[in-house]
Design a protein around this ligand. Structure first.
Ligand SMILES: O=P(O)(O)OC[C@H]1O[C@H](O)[C@H](O)[C@@H](O)[C@@H]1O
Length: 532
């Protein structure tokens, strides 16, 4: 692998001698550096990647064993080897794809039976007196469904959905205020059913329901792998939707964790979402790397983060309803690929995954794009735009949205030279030193890379394609980095310390053994706390 990384570094040196804009002097660049699957287009031509770089990146992916590991994943091998688990979220959307074997057993009958139970339950709730659904979960048991319910609001014809994640009592208090306990369904979503935030919120919701005339025995459902714990909590088996440990939390919205989405948009639209994911799986398995959208998206990411050294990437959906997508991708990418060692326990050879962040366009333009355009660090951008909105009466809004999205990627690439800036200031009447000073503030270096994903309409099928595209992108990047993208040991230490600090904060244990800063903060909080 070291040879491949070295070769890419040398290519990056050469690439810095040509501007991205100048690459378009070669006819056909946009066609050659874009790929399509179904009706979705991924354009990576506004990057410094040229044919030789793409070949080298594909060779890197080949050397890392991406094709073999991809098949191992789909074949149910225990590729999450620090936890000894298979990785089969793809089975959850394998609606008609045949058997999927785990340890010699076909898991599809179980997956399809649970899906059918979910459909029955969703129909029952949609036809009942339930007006509001509260999904209590955190991380992978919250971000995906919360994002999808908002993304698919034009298809939302079921009860209202609310999402409570934070252990901060403000979250559940604000959410329950105004809800009718007699017509609310609470879904406790937790793979492990031990997560302290979720279990604390679930108990609070149960007490609220009892106190306000609802019936927790009839109005609670659970989504979990731990049926013993859901039973202990008092949720009857017919309202428990289980899944297996081969579904990672941040990959779980395709199965029971997506129940709130199914209740919101109905089983048929949820099926379309699954089919979008399945279509992307098929493309990912079948397409040559040169045309493979998840592979090319991953290679673009590797080029920018690990080869060119850009430490973050911005996800910029020009779609108000996708405003939670950056948060969702943050967990998907950063929890998966923020790792210090390779599979064999030795340090990673290059930087691990980048910081992923972003916001919906055009809002971000009026907040942080200044830094993206003129800050000293390069931030590769990932734009998303639909050809159509869901508001035919407001088509002029959508034209403006598209124009803004395309304008940003063009501006990032093209920039504005010092001469252009001087000319601009000259026409405004500036001269001499003041002209020069004013002009410098208006220079955009340009040559800033971006990619754009475009599709006809953000419908359930398309959302399924987008989510699966990014899941596979993360997988490919993880394989190239040599890491396990499916564990998350890095979240453990903070949890353990929170458990040990709880009695200290409550005042039932001394702050002994804690560092001076922590002890002082505890003392300050104790002094300032209102008496109970
Ligand atoms: O679904 P749960 O078991 O409650 O887990 C919820 C979340 O908690 C953990 O801290 C993990 O880092 C996440 O990957 C997970 O999604």
């Amino acid at each position: 692998m070291t040879d491949h990384w070295n070769a890419l570094e040398a290519l990056a040196q050469n690439a810095s001698e040509h501007s991205i804009l100048s690459l378009f002097d070669t006819p056909g660049r946009a066609e050659e550096f874009s790929t399509q699957t179904g009706d979705m287009l991924f354009d990576y031509s506004k990057t410094s990647i040229v044919a030789g770089i793409r070949d080298a990146l594909i060779a890197l992916a080949g050397a890392a064993g991406v094709a073999e590991k991809r098949e191992a994943m789909f074949a149910g091998e225990a590729i999450n080897d620090t936890e000894g688990r298979a990785v089969l979220h793809t089975a959850l959307r394998n609606l008609d794809g045949g058997p999927v074997m785990v340890a010699g057993e076909d898991v599809m009958p179980g997956v399809l039976a649970t899906l059918e139970r979910m459909r029955g339950f969703a129909r029952e709730i949609r036809n009942s007196k339930i007006t509001d659904v509260v999904n209590i979960g955190i991380g992978g048991s919250d971000l995906g469904p919360a994002m999808a319910v908002e993304a698919l609001s034009p298809y939302h014809d079921g009860p209202r959905c609310h999402f409570v994640s934070n252990v901060d009592g403000a979250h559940i208090a604000d959410t329950l205020r105004g809800l009718d306990a007699k017509t609310t369904l609470v879904i406790v979503a937790s793979k492990t059913f031990t997560t302290i935030e979720t279990m604390t919120n679930a108990r609070t919701a149960r007490a609220w329901m009892t106190d306000h005339g609802g019936d927790p025995a009839a109005q609670f459902a659970a989504l979990s792998t731990a049926d013993d714990l859901t039973a202990d909590f008092g949720i009857p088996a017919e309202r428990v939707f289980g899944f297996e440990d081969w579904v990672g939390g941040r990959y779980s919205m395709w199965g029971p964790i997506g129940l709130s989405v199914m209740i919101a948009i109905g089983p048929d639209a949820f099926d379309a979402f699954l089919r979008g994911g399945q279509a992307m799986d098929r493309h990912f398995r079948a397409a040559a790397f040169e045309e493979n959208m998840p592979v090319l998206l991953a290679l673009t990411g590797i080029w920018h983060a690990q080869v060119c050294g850009h430490a973050s990437r911005a996800v910029l959906p020009y779609d108000q309803r996708l405003k939670k997508l950056p948060d969702y991708f943050q967990q998907l990418e950063m929890e998966s690929n923020g790792k210090r060692v390779q599979m064999d326990g030795t340090p990673v050879l290059v930087d691990s995954g980048p910081v992923v962040w972003g916001a919906a366009g055009t809002n971000g333009q009026h907040a942080f794009y200044q830094l993206i355009h003129q800050g000293t660090r390069v931030i590769p951008c990932e734009f998303m735009i639909a050809a159509n909105g869901h508001e035919p009466d407001l088509a002029h809004h959508h034209q403006l949205l598209i124009a803004n999205c395309l304008a940003q990627s063009e501006a990032l690439m093209r920039g504005r030279s010092a001469d252009e800036a001087r000319e601009k200031m000259r026409t405004k009447g500036f001269t001499g030193d003041e002209l020069e000073r004013q002009a410098q503030h208006r220079v955009f270096e340009g040559n800033r890379p971006s990619v754009t994903l475009s599709y006809p309409l953000l419908d359930p099928f398309t959302l399924g394609q987008i989510v699966a595209l990014y899941e596979h992108r993360v997988f490919v990047e993880g394989v190239i980095l040599g890491i396990n993208s499916f564990d998350q040991w890095g979240v453990e230490l903070g949890k353990e310390l929170a458990t040990s600090l709880q009695p200290v904060v409550e005042g039932t244990a001394p702050a002994e053994g804690k560092d001076g800063s922590t002890a002082r903060l505890v003392a300050f909080i104790h002094r300032n706390r209102d008496p109970a």
